[in-house]
Design a protein around this ligand. Structure first.
Ligand code: LLP
Length: 385
């Protein structure tokens, strides 16, 4: 079985479970993103929600990426990591007043506005500060992302964005407001998208929307395509850096970019997923009547994706090279959903073996909880271990 390489000897001094980040891979991924986006002068705002670990954020900041934030806390984390406020975009259906004020006080690049009700409040709060807030309208483009229902966002029935049919009414009112300025349009159709036809359809829809806006005399300086590029959870070693070349090329080919217009992206998962693994140890191998269970010291408190989205993460026994057997790999949490994988082929497992749950750099550590009064997992980095 092809496995990632891990410094298992060094792991022996650490308390499991913990997150292990391959800093080289993160840097390589960032280099590819920068060079591929650079070909078309695309602007990249890393989606902080995927992983807000301060070290990870600071590496991303050093590489010159902006940030896509969805809360006041994420704005603070991005600024603390050194991401310039002028490269921060702020989305989210429920921005609280203090969060909007944090955006205004820090003069962020843009508010991605998700409803007329929110737009009115931004206008009001900006008026109090004597400012004009830069806004992009997040439009629900009705493009199917062909991904898991719980991470689909671009359809009418989702809570996100402004529906196409209501766009003109929102713009009519926006143009009357004195403390907001329309600087762009924003889309985000979902996450873990591997079918490029979704991005092709989004590009075509963006062209249609631009044509409609121009028909009413409006030119938008910025188009933001959101995030969503998927990764290969099944083969983390084959293509550890996602195919950004193809992704950007697909959009470049179809999108009609107007002179002077800036195109933005908000990738999260595709930047950080493959560089992170959750490292755990086997507590017990339990031989049931019909099944064998490997019981880990990590559970959904450390990685909730399998329980929450039925997500697949590749599981490797990095201590053993004995013949493989099939195990249900489960955690210690007192819930039946605390299962990482069923009928998983693992090298024969023993108590104390180190187990890597791969591709966990995105929506892993950041979604950890303290349920069952557990401690949050610590992060370790390949270059400082
Ligand atoms: N922009 C917006 C407005 C978003 O809502 C998201 C993700 C992104 C960008 C980044 O998308 P990405 O490139 O990472 O696909 N916890 C789930 C994923 C939730 C995604 C939420 N929004 C999971 O573990 O699969």
């Amino acid at each position: 079985m092809l496995k990632g390489t891990f410094p298992v000897e060094k792991f022996k001094t650490l308390q499991t479970p913990f997150y292990y980040y391959d800093v080289e891979l993160l840097k390589e991924t960032l280099n590819v993103v920068k060079s591929e986006a650079g070909k078309y002068n695309y602007h990249i705002h890393y989606a902080v929600k995927a992983n807000a670990n301060p070290r990870i954020l600071s590496i991303i900041a050093e590489n010159g990426l902006g940030a896509d934030c969805v809360s006041g806390g994420e704005i603070q984390a991005a600024l603390a990591a050194g991401i310039p406020s002028g490269q921060i975009v702020f989305a989210g259906v429920g921005k609280a007043d203090w969060e909007i004020n944090a955006g205004l006080d820090n003069h962020i690049f843009c508010f991605n506005v998700e409803s007329l009700a929110e737009l009115r409040i931004i206008d009001e709060l900006a008026a109090i500060k004597g400012q004009v807030a830069p806004v992009a309208l997040r439009i629900n483009p009705e493009v199917d992302a062909h991904t898991h229902a719980k991470i689909t966002t671009g359809m009418k029935e989702n809570k996100f964005g402004i529906n196409l049919g209501q766009l003109n009414t929102v713009i009519d009112e926006l143009l009357q407001m004195k403390h907001v300025r329309l600087i762009g349009i924003h889309f985000h159709i979902g996450s873990q998208i591997t079918d490029m036809s979704s991005f092709q359809n989004l590009s075509i829809r963006a062209n249609e929307i631009q044509d409609d806006l121009e028909a009413r005399g409006l030119y938008v300086e910025n188009i933001n395509f959101g995030g969503g590029l998927g990764i290969d959870y099944y083969h983390p070693n084959h293509l550890p850096v996602p195919a950004f070349d193809n992704y950007f090329a697909v959009i470049h080919k179809l999108l009609n970019v107007r002179p002077g217009q800036k195109i933005h992206f908000e990738p999260g998962r595709s930047i950080v997923a493959q560089c992170g693994s959750l490292i755990s140890q086997v507590l017990y191998v339990k031989e049931g009547e019909t099944k064998k269970f490997v019981i880990l010291d990590a559970g959904f408190t450390e990685l909730i994706r399998p329980a929450m989205y039925d997500a697949y993460h590749r599981i490797e026994n990095i201590s053993s090279s004995e013949n493989t057997a099939l195990y249900d790999v489960v955690g210690p949490i007192c819930e039946s959903s605390d299962v990482f994988g069923k009928e998983v082929e693992l090298n024969k497992a023993h108590r104390g073996d180190y187990i890597a749950l791969r591709s966990a750099g995105a929506y892993g550590e950041i979604m950890a909880s303290q349920y069952n009064c557990r401690k949050l997992p610590k992060p370790y980095f390949s270059d400082t271990l």
